[in-house]
Ligand binder design. Sequence first.
Ligand code: NG6
Ligand code: CA
Length: 505
Amino acid sequence: MNPKLKIVISALLVLLYSCKSKTEPEAITKPNIVIIYLDDLGYGDLSAYGATEINTPNIDKLANGGVRFTQGYATSATCTPSRYALLTGEYPWRNQGAKILSGSAPLIIDTAKATLPRIFKKAGYHTGIVGKWHLGLGNGNLDWNKEINPGPNQVGFDYSVILAATQDRVPTIYIENGYGLNLDKNDPIYVSYEKNFEGEPTGKDNPELTKMKWHHGHNNSIVNGIPRIGFMKGGKSAHWSDVDMADFFLNKATQYVKAHKDKPFFLYYALQQPHVPRTPNPRFVGKSGMGPRGDAILEADWCIGEFVKALETAGILENTLIVFSSDNGPALNDGYFDDAVEKIGKHKPAGVLRGGKFSLFDAGTRVPLFTYWKGKIKPKVSDALVCQIDFISSFAKLVDISLPETDSKDMLDVLLGKSNQGRENLVIEANSKLAFRKGDWVYIPPYPEVDPIKTNKNIETGCDSVSQLYNLNTDIGQQHSLVKSHPEKLKELMETYQQVIKVKE
Ligand code: NG6
Ligand code: CA
């Protein structure tokens, strides 16, 4: 062949190859990642996790078809800190601000920080969040009628449609890419956590206007007949409909899938159920026989089934790694009279574990956690110790982005079911108090202070004036503290705990 022609052909081939490698292989080799995250779902709330009184077939299909972890943890027994750790890979108690936030609190994530969505963005992914945020918005003194910034879009999400804090806190509007959705300029919205706006009814003063009764807290502004935490005025056109919230977020999540099916994406789908106020759509009311809490779980199960169908229809289920978990353990009475306690029957939201939301006992932080990847992950039950804080390091590994190991450990092989070598230890947190897990053992330091959840005496916080030590292998229900019989073990855990909490690894 003519040497000149040879050069031209090789140059063309190189060009062709390099163009191809920039586009096509990316779409083929990088799986989409979806984190499905529930709010206050307990370790025993799913039939896949042993519940006999409630049936969650859609979630079970994923849990039983993937790696179902029996020792999967949130870092914390409440929402904000768990979500902070999930997105940053940093223990939340290292950040003073990572506590349950009001609806008007400023953003607590440093906008320069490495975050889970940023890791994916770096790897060429599109990133989205649909659902509950609760990590603060703005820099203080936010005007909700203007751009709400910084927020999810400033810490790595290309697309966001969120509720600011919790369903029981104002503002009761959705925020899409930094703007209050459906706000009308002629009816601006105002939010305060200090004082009421003149003339506005409250749950405390106007019980006749409420259709859901408050038990503790939750007696400020009334929206849709539900008294909330915090005061709000105006913005009527933007108020969400509580009973349609699940459908709203599901539609947004499926729309996101449709719009981004052709390129790798990371979607954080953060459902609001079964947090209070539990407002299942009428389609689900009465279906569980357990009142609104059980009905809300059934509604969430249905949403997840529909969401998976959307992945299937888009033809990308086999190329999508789904991770499922909950931000903290279960609460029955969390501030409203809603029959959660009265209609619980034989159901055990925490399963065999002790405690619940707000608790240092295991049910506060040990939650359903599983991974599902059709055709890629072999179904199994794993006893490895894993925590949501590890997602960032693990997924950084998956998409080949280097990230220094901090509090977050690379558990990719464990999450994919290829290894059983989970964490050696884990610090758990409840109301800024810490406990320490090492191997099968848990050490809870003495906390002589008054119960921080003053408003609800039904909660077992796990705090005691003396040290506690449990062996979860022989005593999963944490009934017998072994402080006296195992002084060496206690010493070992106390020492490692001190090292871990001091050192910023
Ligand atoms: C508490 C609320 C509780 C719930 C929780 C946050 C009271 C008395 N209790 O302060 O109802 O909203 O905050 O839950 O107001 S979490 O799952 O978002 O952490
Ligand atoms: Ca929660």
